[in-house]
Design a protein around this ligand. Structure first.
Ligand code: SF4
Length: 227
């Protein structure tokens, strides 16, 4: 068992959002390497497209007078062992890396760039960044962020951007409760039950899952005769 269970903010947002993420797949992913199914994902194409979008957003923010921090400069890991009434057997480390953090006087923005279609998962990921970035005490800008109005934005390629409310409004009791419940399920030693579904399983790379969702084959002539 690792000393800390790593949970990516993107993965947590998928668990909380509308992608139908399976608790067992997330739980398994936090506990070290596993055998993965091959993926047809074009990672090189995605990297080029995503980087171009990040560069263009950063340039636009700089033109408007912001000091901009990019990707790896923004990487964080927030270790949690107690959250509300939840005490975990092993700490969970929430890790993430917002694409851009931009600061101008007392105005700060966290921008995440997406090349796919808009979804509620992206908004949740942005709100999780708003929750967690100010807790990264080692970041050089944390003092300025904590004294600023911190807003979020999801910048899309080919769709209008989505503005998130200021941190004080984005961090609702419902969001905190959802995060606490997720950490309670994902941080405990007992395995959650797998939740196979068409949407979750077709994007899941866990190779050793015996309950993966399979499309029903069309009924054959013999079965049709019985209908
Ligand atoms: S294949 Fe489906 S049920 Fe199995 S771990 Fe992945 S999402 Fe869960």
């Amino acid at each position: 068992m690792p000393s800390c269970l790593r949970l990516g903010v993107k993965r947590l947002a998928e668990y909380l959002g509308d992608n139908g993420s399976c608790a067992w797949a997330t739980w398994r992913g936090m506990r070290g390497p596993y055998e993965r199914l091959p993926s047809g994902f074009d990672s090189l194409g995605w990297t080029l497209e995503h980087n171009a979008l990040v560069h263009s957003c950063a340039a636009e923010l700089r033109e408007h007078g912001y000091v901009v921090y990019r990707e790896r400069q923004n990487a964080f890991g927030i270790e949690i062992q107690t959250f509300g009434d939840v005490t975990l057997p092993t700490p969970v480390c929430l890790v993430g890396q917002p694409d851009l953090i931009a600061i101008r006087a007392d105005d700060a923005q966290i921008v995440d760039c997406k090349t796919g279609r808009p979804s509620s998962t992206h908004r949740i990921q942005g709100m999780l960044y708003q929750l967690l970035v100010p807790c990264n005490k080692r970041a050089p800008y944390v003092g300025r962020i904590n004294g600023a109005t911190l807003v979020g934005r999801i910048a899309y390629k080919g769709y209008p951007d989505v503005a998130l409310p200021a941190r004080t409004e984005a961090i609702t009791p419902a969001l905190l409760e959802a995060v606490r419940d997720a950490i309670r399920v994902l941080g405990r030693t007992r395995e959650p039950v797998p939740e196979p579904s068409r949407d979750a399983c077709r994007f899941c790379d866990v190779a050793d899952c015996s309950v993966r969702f399979r499309e029903q084959l069309p009924l054959g002539a013999e079965e049709l005769a019985l209908v």
